[in-house]
Every structure is written in structure tokens, then in C-alpha cells.
Design a protein around this ligand. Structure first.
Ligand code: MLT
Length: 405
């Protein structure tokens, strides 16, 4: 018997688990201190009343012989697929068929699992810094090679996102096979314009690459020229897969629902990737519960939409409190306009982890060290706008008091 020893190449603990452990240890030693958590991007506002109503209704249906449901359809209930299609695509002039949408338990699982349908020897291009799931799942699959002293992996093509390039990755000079893009970006909070994204789509079509486009934060877009879907770009259907999530849009981090779009025109080696993913899901996934899908569909009702939009405005307001407060205190910040994340430069040349420890120990604020998202994140730090308004104001007061110019 042999284990998959690619797992042994990984850091022993996932970034957010490491942070949680550190915070727990600090809390145990300092039970009298009040900690404010602006680290992991986990929502804090309760579910929208329309969603709650739908959940209760669906639970009652499951308790009634006439309306009880067993296994859900593998790829999503028609009522949810229709709502997704109408609101997220048709409304924006994007033509997607319902059988190109695969409802799932979230974008984290889908961005992690999508590698199942690709060969191990594909060349993977990744932004640096980046959401660690894309890196870790490719390490698990054996596509990463070995870790180098720089903290990078030998087989990946890195796309650095730095202040110099306004945190937008540059198109690789060489040919790559799989490209992970996340916009609005986690962790930098920066968005991409439609023209810039079009260049990636053109590159991918010319090079037969596939773009794995994570749009989990699209509902935070406030600016006009920022695309909500990669399929707003010409030719994206022959080179892109898109991941969406109800987690940040509608507070579903604890409910779990998302979806992935794989156009039928997306063909490689003469094989439809839509068919491959359908085959993968039918075998390894048993669909999302009826109750959850009813809740997700309620997000698209007229009332539901208003309610979730209000919550998004609430978080965006937190983002501007963070950004403006820090800017006033002399910090350099990025993101936070089309995103719930504010990316800041650490003060006094502290490393990302030094600043993490400093904030935790001195002012009891938890954030996420930039270097946890990749070597190019060193010297940066991420704060999330998903806390309560009250805690966000308090946190920024605590930080800025320490760092007054
Ligand atoms: C984050 O903090 O980056 C998010 O929680 C990531 C996620 O949604 O898994």
C-alpha cells in the first residue's frame, strides 16, 4: 500500500487553520482580551428573511409524504438553474444553457475538484498572491513539482500581482495549459476590466489553454467597466470555466451552495469538458439538498435580491471604513472598492507574519498575513469587511491609534 505522497509536500496545515490555531492559543492565554476577527473571509450577517422563509418551507415539504424529495437531480433543480440563468447571465446579455450550469456545495470544492478532469502533466499558471486552494489542490494532484527556497513550486508558472502592475497578472510569455484567475481578486481585492480580461481570453484561445475563472466575489462589483462573468468576453465559451458561490453573495458560508459553468463549446482533445465534469459529478457528488437549493433560489426572488443587496452594501461600507481609516493613518491600501477585501502594505517594513503577531498581541485584531497567499504577498496584509459594522469601526480605531502619523 502506498499513500499519495504529494500530500506530504504540503505545509502541515491549511492557511486559515493555522491562523485559527494561533488565535485560539492567544485567546486561551488572554481570556480577558476582546479579539476582533477580520481574518478569514467568513460572513457575519444572518441569512436574508426570504432565504429563511424558503428554508422553513422546504423543511416542511420534506416532512410531508406528498412533497417529500429523495436524491436531488445530479446537476441542480430546474427552478434554481432557471433563476441562476435569468439573473446571473441572461440579464447581462450572456447566453448560457441550463445544462452548462452545475449546482454544487460551493466554489471551494469546485475549484479544488476541477483538476480531476485534467491530466497531471498540464502546466498550471497561478497568480501570486493567490487563494491557497488552487495551489494546494494542484500539489495534491502532482502538478506542482517541488517547493523551492523562494516558497514557489518548481512546475508552476507564476504570475506576480504587485503594486508595479496594479496587482493585475501579466500574460505569460510561454504557453501554459491551465490558468487560475480570480476577479474581483482574493486576496488583493482588486478588479479587472472587461478589456483586460478579454486579453486573457484571446491568449487562452490562441494557446488552447483553459481559464479557471473564480467569480465568487462578483456581487461586490461597484464599477461599470468590471465584468461580472468571464462569459461577457468574446470567445470565452471556448476557453473558460466559471465558478460562482452563494457564500459571500448571500451569506451561505454555513449553508453551502455554489455553481460552476462549463460551456458545451469547451472541447479539448476532441472531448467535451462539460461531459467530463457531468460524468465526474454524477459519480463523486450526489447533488445539493432540496432545502439548500430552495434557499438559493430565494436569493433571486425580488424581495430576496433586495435583502442580499442590502447586506452587500453593509459589507462594502465596512470596506470603505477600513480603507479610509487606514489611508488617513498613513497606510497604503488597495482593493476594497469592488471587493470585501482590503490589501494593505505592512508598516515599518514588518513581515506579514510579524504584523499579524503585532496586531493580535497589541490590539487584538486578527487579519490574514499576505505571505500566506504566496511569496509575492510578503509585506502585505489582508483585512476583511465581513465583520459587524461596530467591530469594524472599533478595529480600525484600535489600529490607527497605534499608527497615527
Ligand atoms: C478567505 O478568507 O480567503 C475565504 O474564506 C476563502 C474561502 O471562501 O474559502
Amino acid at each position: 500500500m502506498k499513500i499519495n505522497d504529494n500530500y506530504l509536500k504540503l505545509k502541515s496545515s491549511y492557511l486559515f487553520s493555522t491562523i485559527a490555531k494561533k488565535v485560539k492559543a492567544y485567546e486561551a492565554e488572554n481570556p480577558d482580551k476582546s479579539i476582533i476577527r477580520l481574518g478569514i473571509g467568513d460572513v457575519t450577517r444572518p441569512l436574508a428573511p426570504e432565504v429563511i422563509k424558503a428554508l422553513h418551507g422546504a423543511v416542511d415539504e420534506m416532512g410531508n409524504e406528498e412533497t417529500f424529495q429523495g436524491y436531488p437531480p445530479e446537476y441542480g433543480q430546474e427552478f434554481l438553474l432557471n433563476a441562476i440563468n435569468d439573473f446571473d447571465f441572461k440579464r447581462r446579455g450572456v447566453q448560457i444553457d441550463n445544462d452548462e450550469i452545475f449546482v454544487s456545495d460551493g466554489a471551494k470544492s469546485d475549484t479544488g475538484n476541477i483538476g480531476d478532469i485534467f491530466a497531471v502533466d498540464n502546466v498550471v499558471a497561478l497568480c501570486d498572491p493567490i487563494y491557497p486552494v488552487y495551489v494546494d489542490t494542484n500539489v495534491m494532484a502532482g502538478r506542482a513539482g517541488d517547493i523551492l527556497e523562494s516558497g514557489r513550486w518548481s512546475k508552476f508558472v507564476y504570475l506576480p500581482c504587485l503594486e508595479e502592475n496594479n496587482f493585475l497578472p501579466e500574460i505569460p510569455k510561454e504557453k501554459v495549459d491551465l490558468i487560475y484567475l480570480c476577479f474581483p481578486n482574493n486576496p488583493t481585492g482588486m478588479a479587472i476590466t472587461k478589456d483586460e480580461l478579454q486579453k486573457w481570453v484571446d491568449y487562452a484561445n490562441e494557446n488552447e489553454s483553459i481559464i479557471l475563472f473564480d467569480a465568487a466575489y462578483e456581487s461586490f462589483i461597484t464599477e461599470e467597466n468590471v465584468p461580472h462573468s468571464i462569459f461577457e468576453c468574446d470567445g470565452a465559451k471556448t476557453c473558460a470555466i466559471e465558478f460562482r458561490s452563494f457564500s459571500k453573495t448571500a451569506g451561505f458560508t454555513g449553508v453551502r451552495c455554489g455553481y460552476t459553468v462549463i460551456p458545451k463549446e469547451l472541447v479539448r482533445d476532441g472531448v467535451s469538458l462539460n461531459n467530463l465534469w457531468a460524468r465526474r459529478q454524477a459519480t463523486k457528488f450526489n447533488g445539493v439538498s432540496y432545502i439548500t437549493q430552495k434557499a438559493a433560489a430565494a436569493v433571486y426572488s425580488e424581495e430576496g435580491r433586495k435583502q442580499v443587496e442590502d447586506t452587500i452594501k453593509y459589507y462594502l461600507n465596512n470596506a470603505s471604513v477600513i480603507k479610509e481609516g487606514l489611508n488617513k493613518a498613513g497606510f497604503t491600501t488597495f482593493g476594497g472598492v469592488n471587493s470585501p477585501y482590503v490589501w494593505l502594505k505592512t508598516p515599518d517594513n514588518m513581515t506579514s507574519w510579524e504584523f499579524f503577531d503585532y496586531l493580535l498581541e497589541e490590539v487584538q485584531i486578527v487579519g490574514t498575513p499576505g505571505s500566506g497567499f504566496g511569496p509575492a504577498g510578503e509585506g502585505y496584509f489582508r483585512l476583511t469587511a465581513f465583520g459587524s459594522a461596530e467591530n469594524t469601526v472599533k478595529a480600525i480605531e484600535r489600529i490607527t491609534k497605534r499608527f497615527k502619523k
